[in-house]
Design a protein around this ligand. Structure first.
Ligand SMILES: O=C(O)c1cc(C(=O)O)oc(=O)c1
Length: 312
């Protein structure tokens, strides 16, 4: 893989670039495995970052993403619109169009999006919209605007991806449970893994999933959630042990509604940038049998993003 660059933009101070030269995972991904959460950034020279962005990343192109996909052993990607591009989905859509059908996308749209734009994105492979409630990443969007968008994308068969912090779930509960589509939670709703796994915060998240069969979760981002590590660096194949019980609980409780993704190029990490090969070696710690691994990596993402291929 090539090295990170940043073109004409100046990166946010302290920005950590994605890890160049990741190791080969020891865990062999099953055939047709999907990296169900990753991003492209720019390149800023061709796809400028949005004026309203809260950070300026290093570039992360579709070529670099697809090289990582092949290196790690994934067959496909789900490319999620990153907040640094706001509601301009052109870098993500370009990546989908370059993917030869091996990528699907999740867009960010405003209520001003036209039906034709939605149709065009659908033709390119977009299958969902993302609603972001993480305050450091986006400005507030009124709930009625989001509900209107959800109602417009539902007939396309798209779903809604939600990103929020665990402490905000009580306040967002009524809105989330009123959404008319499949709902996919980013990064397990960001549990605080320093709190007990059987405490009220994580219990509420499990209740959210248990009581609402339309809710799915990505069990991704241990590198972001971990407090005590160890980091996926320097050959560590047993990384982020404090996150394992949380992710394992979700995988084992809801095996047919979980997804996994690298989160490459890992925006806004402050502490370290993981070796993505070692991050893949995290998977067998949270999905401990071949059956759970197949559901997490193959059956579930293909059912949601490539239903036309007819895999269960
Ligand atoms: O926690 C984050 O900083 C983060 C940011 C973004 C984004 O900017 O879109 O996406 C993610 O999945 C995670």
């Amino acid at each position: 893989m090539s090295k990170p660059t940043s073109g004409n933009f100046t990166k946010t101070p302290g920005w950590l670039d994605w890890y160049a030269g990741p190791s080969k995972p020891r865990f062999q991904l099953p055939p047709n495995a999907v990296d169900a959460h990753c991003h492209v950034f720019g390149p800023g020279e061709h796809f400028p970052y949005a004026p309203e962005r809260k950070y300026t990343p290093c570039d992360a192109s579709w070529q670099q993403l697809f090289a990582l996909r092949d290196h790690l052993g994934f067959s496909k990607n789900v490319i999620v619109q990153a907040t640094c591009h706001g509601a301009d989905n052109s870098a993500m859509v370009d990546a989908l169009q370059r993917s030869k059908g091996k990528a699907r996308g999740v867009a960010t749209v405003k209520r001003t999006v036209t039906d034709q734009q939605l149709q065009e994105m659908n033709a390119a492979g977009v299958r969902g919209v993302r609603f972001n409630f993480v305050k450091r990443l986006v400005d507030f969007t009124p709930r009625d605007e989001l509900m209107e968008i959800a109602a417009r994308i539902a007939p396309l068969g798209w779903h809604v991806v939600i990103y929020f912090e665990a402490v905000d779930l009580p306040e967002l509960w009524d809105f989330f449970t009123a959404l008319p589509t499949t709902v996919v939670v980013d990064h397990m709703g960001r549990p605080d893994v320093a709190k007990p796994i059987d405490g009220p915060e994580f219990a509420l998240f499990l209740k959210f999933m248990r009581e609402h069969p339309n809710v799915w979760s990505k069990v991704s981002c241990p590198e972001r959630l971990s407090v005590s590590g160890p980091r996926a660096l320097d050959g560590e194949r047993n990384a982020y042990r404090d996150v394992v019980p949380f992710a394992r609980k979700v995988v084992e409780s809801f095996p047919d509604r979980v997804l996994w993704g690298t989160d490459w190029p890992h925006p806004n990490l402050k502490d370290h940038m993981p070796d993505d090969g070692l991050l893949v070696d995290f998977i067998p710690h949270i999905a401990t049998t071949p059956e759970l691994q197949r559901k997490l990596l193959v059956d579930n993402p293909n059912r949601l993003y490539w239903p036309e291929e007819g895999r269960a």
